[in-house]
Design a binder for this molecule. Structure first.
Ligand code: 4NP
Length: 152
C-alpha cells in the first residue's frame, strides 16, 4: 500500500501525518510506504514549519528529513490512498482527478478517526502553539486507526 498525506503547504499537517505514520509502520514491521505533499507551491523545498517540528519532537517524532513538494497529477498513478486534511485540500485534489478510480483514492484523513464526519485537521499555520498540539493529538489518534486497519 502506498499512502499519500496532503495538506495546503506541506509544512505543518501532512508532514506530521507522514512522519508519525512512517515511524509507526516501522515499529509494527508493516511494509507500506508513506509520503506527503501540499496542494500549493508556496513552500516547495522547505523543511516542515519549526513549530510543527518542535511539537513532533516533543513526542519523539523527527520531521527534519522531510521536504515540501507540491501534489502532482501523477500521484494518482503512484499512490493507493490519498488522505487530505480538509475539504479545501479535497476539492483541490479532486479537481485534478481524471477518472472515478482516481477520485475514489481521495479520502478525508480524519474520517479514519471519526467516520463519515468529514472533519478537518485544523490549519495551525496562523494560530498559536495550542493549534500545533491539537493537530498532533488528532494526527496521532488517526494514524493509530490507520495502523490497526493495515494490520488486518
Ligand atoms: P499546512 O499549513 O497546510 O498544514 O502545511 C499551512 C502552511 C502554510 C500556509 C497555510 C497553511 N500558508 O498560507 O503559507
Amino acid at each position: 500500500m502506498k499512502i499519500l498525506m496532503v495538506c495546503l503547504g506541506n509544512i505543518c499537517r501532512s508532514p506530521l501525518a507522514d512522519g508519525i505514520l512512517r515511524d509507526k509502520l516501522k515499529a509494527e514491521n508493516l511494509n507500506h510506504s508513506v509520503d506527503s505533499c501540499g496542494t500549493s507551491n508556496h513552500h516547495i523545498g522547505q523543511q516542515p514549519d519549526e513549530r510543527m517540528t518542535e511539537t513532533a519532537l516533543k513526542y519523539g517524532y523527527d520531521l527534519t528529513n522531510l521536504t515540501a513538494r507540491q501534489f502532482k497529477v501523477n500521484d494518482f498513478n503512484v499512490f493507493d490512498v490519498i488522505y487530505v486534511m480538509d475539504s479545501s485540500n479535497y476539492n483541490n485534489v479532486i479537481r485534478l482527478a481524471s477518472s472515478e478510480k482516481d477520485k475514489l483514492k481521495v479520502k478525508i484523513f480524519l474520517n479514519e478517526l471519526y467516520p463519515n464526519q468529514n472533519m478537518a485537521i485544523p490549519d495551525p499555520y496562523y494560530g498559536g502553539e495550542k493549534g500545533f498540539e491539537d493537530v498532533f493529538v488528532l494526527v496521532d489518534k488517526a494514524t493509530d486507526v490507520i495502523i490497526e486497519n493495515l494490520k488486518i
